[in-house]
Design a protein around this ligand. Sequence first.
Ligand code: HEC
Length: 256
Amino acid sequence: MSAQQQAEEVCPATRPRRFYDCTLNEKLLYTSFLLLAGAAYLMAIAYLYTSFAGIDGKPGLSVEDVAENYYGNRSGTRLESALRGPMASYIDIEQRNHVVEWLKSGASESGYDSTIRPIFAKRCFGCHSAASGLSVPDFTTYAGIKPVANVDTGVSLHSLMKVSHIHLFGIGLVALSIGLIFRFALLPAWFQHTLTLLPFIAIFTDILAWFFTKWDPHYAYIVVIAGAVLGVAWAAQIGISLFQIWFLKCRVIPGK
Ligand code: HEC
């Protein structure tokens, strides 16, 4: 007898467990967890919104914000955009051109000492120095100006690795927990299998796309789409589970 035949004989022909087979205690446990997970998800969305919205200088959350977070704004530095934006009134155009030239040529320390510092001393140190008492960057030293004079390349690879391993472990466990509950749902098999796999695929794609976005900002669309797929898949798993836990009744077929 082959191994497969053996297995067929030993395996009893049972139907899978459904929500209506669960004890009240299980139902309470699943319901509490699903509600908590739903609340946590909404909180995560609110947090994402507040930390990403407006990165690109425009209000609201957009794909550009996501792109700029990972890819950065490579066309310039924070110093240049400040001089063209909020700080424009403190400098005249000729001086601004000197600063921009210095930035484009690599923002060296010698250039700072010879041309930039004298301009800033007249125009900026009133506020941008420790003496001013304002909580704005101190530009009286090269070390102080350096962080706003570098090309803005977005989140560093190192912090991306940190955030992604935490997300892969953490969200993976949440997806597993929701999926373990959702397996009791009574649905067409293909639909249930798809919905079970979807969050894992979405999480993996989303996080992979962070790294791709660092390389090419167009991948920000994938980040947003994968995030949306995760949200829809979880909403469906949680919604269907909660509904079936409390409303789906076992239908007794007469004669069986
Ligand atoms: C009257 C005070 C004042 C003067 C003068 C001033 N700034 Fe500012 N600066 C601020 C304040 C306040 C902020 C922070 C608030 C903001 O970003 O609008 C700021 C922010 C900045 C930032 C953004 C810092 C960051 O972390 O992104 C840069 C760059 C900057 N200033 C450059 C300059 C330069 C260059 C000059 C001189 C040409 C200058 N500022 C003159 C008050 C001043």
